[in-house]
Design a protein around this ligand. Structure first.
Ligand SMILES: *Cc1c(COP(=O)(O)O)cnc(C)c1O
Length: 381
């Protein structure tokens, strides 16, 4: 490599890829003045999204967190309830529970899959029952694009008579038994934040097959207005609307999704092949019984065997202009949740310390991926 090329181009972790008909669709909104909370693209995005995930209805929202909040209300979560969530997830999963007036009950991760562990889930459900607490819902988040053990969670939900709803914010394109996460229960919620597999800049979606839940989702997310002339609202609703401009972008991004998923799978296969023989590196777990979207390819580092911690590797890659990221601080350790009787989640703690997500924007080039691989191998060597 030339000595003059010391300034290397930055390789981000996961950034939007605008290469479809986004401009064309957004221009149509601007040219026609249909820029706000109703419009043809909202209806179209909802219909096409529902068709893609195989559900009867989809309701757009202003962000994934808003979709989670309303989904929990639709599931019947009440103030004072507990809701099972993974400790290891982006904190919005737990925050949505708080917005519904309930308290998260943090469940540890399965060390094999990194997903919310049904064995610890049974313990949490039993603890809640013994303490006389009502559990309003179970909400696995399907992390990094891989599915939690849906079959085990469905069985626990049935046994304890608790609704199962899915934080599918990272799970667009994820499957279990060949079906989407929307097809695994009454309700699922998605996110179109900037780093997700498709993006509207910011946005979300609730899906359901139940027409009553769909009507109520639309009602609650659009201020619960029952009379558009007199401005009568029959309950305290929310302004969680997805705008037509953003839905236009969503339609274009959804057209790209099959191609984006192909690329994610290809990046994952290449990373796994190139990294699996490095001592101390555990590559992204292959999902059992499901299909991963490989949203954010992540490795686990055994510091002793590898000769450095995940954070040492993060700093090394940063010095090479390569952005990586640890998994989120587990919810049970978050300062935001210290008031809520925390449970021990030792696997989540360890994964937080040991895991690192690698660059996998859908626009990542083969050359950039090779640069990431070379930099990791150089550090290991
Ligand atoms: C991104 C994300 C959310 C929040 O979605 P926003 O659109 O950013 O509000 C919730 N849960 C998980 C697991 C996420 O990854």
């Amino acid at each position: 490599m030339s000595t003059t090329s010391s300034v290397k181009t930055f390789i981000p972790l996961s950034v939007p890829q605008i290469e479809g008909r986004e401009w064309e669709y957004v221009r149509e909104c601007l040219d026609t003045g249909w820029v706000s909370s109703v419009g043809a693209f909202v209806d179209r995005f909802e219909a096409e999204f529902a068709a893609y995930v195989g559900s009867t209805h989809a309701i757009g929202t202003s962000c994934g967190t808003a979709a989670l909040h309303v989904m929990l209300l639709l599931a019947g979560v009440k103030p004072g309830d507990r809701v099972l969530v993974p400790s290891l997830t982006f904190l919005a999963t737990a925050n949505a529970v708080s917005y519904a007036g309930a308290t998260p009950l943090f469940v540890d991760a399965d060390p094999a899959t990194w997903q919310m562990d049904p064995v610890d889930g049974r313990k949490a459900l039993t603890e809640a029952r013994d303490a006389g607490e009502r559990v309003g819902a179970i909400m696995p988040a399907h992390l990094l694009g891989s599915p939690a053990d849906v079959t085990a969670w469905q069985a626990l939900a049935a046994e304890f008579s608790v609704p199962l709803v899915h934080d599918a914010a990272e799970g667009l394109g994820t499957t279990w038994g060949g079906k989407s996460l929307s097809q695994q229960g009454d309700l699922a919620a998605y996110s179109f934040n900037g780093n997700k597999i498709i993006t509207t800049g910011g946005g979300g979606m609730i899906t359901t097959d139940d027409p009553d839940l769909a009507r109520r989702a639309k009602h609650l997310t659009t201020t619960a207005k029952t009379d558009a002339i007199e401005f009568i609202h029959d309950e305290v609703g929310f302004n969680y609307r997805l705008t037509n401009v953003l839905a236009a972008m969503g339609c274009a991004q959804l057209e790209m999704l099959p191609e984006f998923l192909d690329r994610k799978r290809r990046f994952a296969a290449r990373y796994t092949e190139a990294l699996r023989d490095i001592p101390g590196v555990r590559t992204f777990p292959e999902p059992v019984g499901g299909g991963s979207s490989y949203w954010l390819y992540t490795i686990q580092i055994d510091a002793e065997e590898f000769g450095g911690s995940s954070r040492d590797l993060l700093r090394h890659l940063e010095s090479e202009s390569i952005q990586t990221r640890p998994l989120w601080q587990p919810g049970h350790l978050s300062p935001a949740y210290q008031a809520t009787a925390p449970r021990a989640c030792p696997v989540a703690d360890r994964l937080n310390q040991e895991c690192l997500s690698l660059p996998c924007s859908t626009g990542l080039t083969d050359d950039d991926q090779e640069r990431v691989i070379t930099a990791i191998r150089a550090f290991a060597g």
